[in-house]
Design a protein around this ligand. Structure first.
Ligand code: ADP
Length: 304
């Protein structure tokens, strides 16, 4: 599998603050990659360097086999960057905004129109063409911002918290569009998000904290490794079951007539349930989530 992005020994300090302390990772071509970390972890600093906007102190970054610092112009042609602050003009219509932007790419007039129309179709904003950008809803604006980043047909799309600030339904539709672009257009998508249910749908996740990478892997790997499952026993006789659990040397928590036990692996539930089944009227095993994994890795919630 080819690497779209390769980061080796990357470091960056702002005066005495070591924001990024030597990180290594890669992103495979055509994959959905989530870069996670609590506030101040070093995400923006890393992304700014990867996108050629900030000079690195040490290390190497390769984008589609081009090196940051040496081939920056060519790299910029290969990447689309959508940050949270939009670059579009509120006083212009969606179409005018996109034409304005596309005219930077030295296309002939006919080609330019076609590019803008194709891009609007790609993100589902054809019906908004004549509307003023400033009058659109949050979700509609986000689609337009993404369209701007796609005009030059990049191979990699960087998205900084693309769904933050949107209502749940709009979030879902923007998320589905991002997944569609990745799958159908073969784009490599590099994103940051505070929503762990989105991170759980990424192909690969890197977690950064205090300038270092503290975990990386697929969401299922990270959940298995860092998030504990929970066994909930529904008890006819909680005292009796608790005594048995205690005798087995397990930590537990009593909640009403339920006893909760943390498990490292789902399979550990079997012998416990077998042992105490006489005292139960039911049980369930809840799988650890990406939220649990994130807290397990960093000891922090994703938002302070
Ligand atoms: P994140 O994007 O994960 O929130 P940042 O990359 O913005 O993290 O910040 C990493 C660290 O570098 C933090 O301690 C932050 O205060 C510091 N930092 C970021 N940008 C600057 C800057 N321009 N000047 C000085 N310190 C900065």
């Amino acid at each position: 599998m080819k690497h779209s992005i390769e980061v080796k020994g990357l470091k960056k300090s702002y005066g005495k603050i070591e924001a990024v302390k030597g990180i290594n990772f890669y992103v495979e071509q055509g994959k959905l990659f989530a870069f996670l970390g609590p506030n101040g972890a070093g995400k923006s600093t890393s992304i700014d360097m990867i996108c050629t906007f900030l000079k690195l102190d040490e290390g190497e970054i390769w984008i589609e086999n081009l090196q940051v610092g040496k081939d920056d112009q060519k790299i910029r042609e290969k990447i689309g960057v959508i940050f949270q602050d939009s670059l579009l003009d509120k006083e212009l219509t969606v179409e005018e905004n996109l034409i304005c932007r596309a005219s930077l790419y030295e296309l002939k007039k006919k080609e330019l129109r076609r590019t803008v129309e194709d891009t609007m179709r790609l993100v589902g904003i054809e019906s908004l063409a004549k509307r003023f950008y400033g009058k659109l809803s949050g979700g509609q604006r986000r689609r337009c911002d993404i369209a701007r980043g796609l005009l030059h047909r990049p191979k990699i799309l960087f998205l900084d918290e693309p769904t933050t600030g949107l209502d749940p339904q709009t979030r879902k539709s923007i998320w589905e569009m991002i997944q569609r672009l990745q799958k159908e257009e073969g784009l490599t998508v590099f994103l940051t998000t505070h929503y762990m249910e989105e991170a759980a749908e990424a192909d690969y996740v890197v977690v950064i904290d205090e300038g270092r990478i503290v975990a990386k892997g697929s969401p299922s790997y990270l959940k298995e490794k860092y998030a504990k499952d929970k066994l909930k026993l529904f008890c006819n006789n909680p005292e009796k079951v608790a005594a048995q659990i205690q005798w087995m040397g397990l930590d537990y928590e009593t909640v009403g007539d339920q006893i909760w036990i943390k498990l490292s692996q789902t399979i550990e539930a079997l012998p416990i349930v077998e042992k105490v089944k006489e005292g139960l009227y039911g049980f369930e095993v809840l799988a650890g989530t990406m939220d649990d994994a994130f807290i397990g890795i960093t000891g922090k919630e994703i938002r302070d």
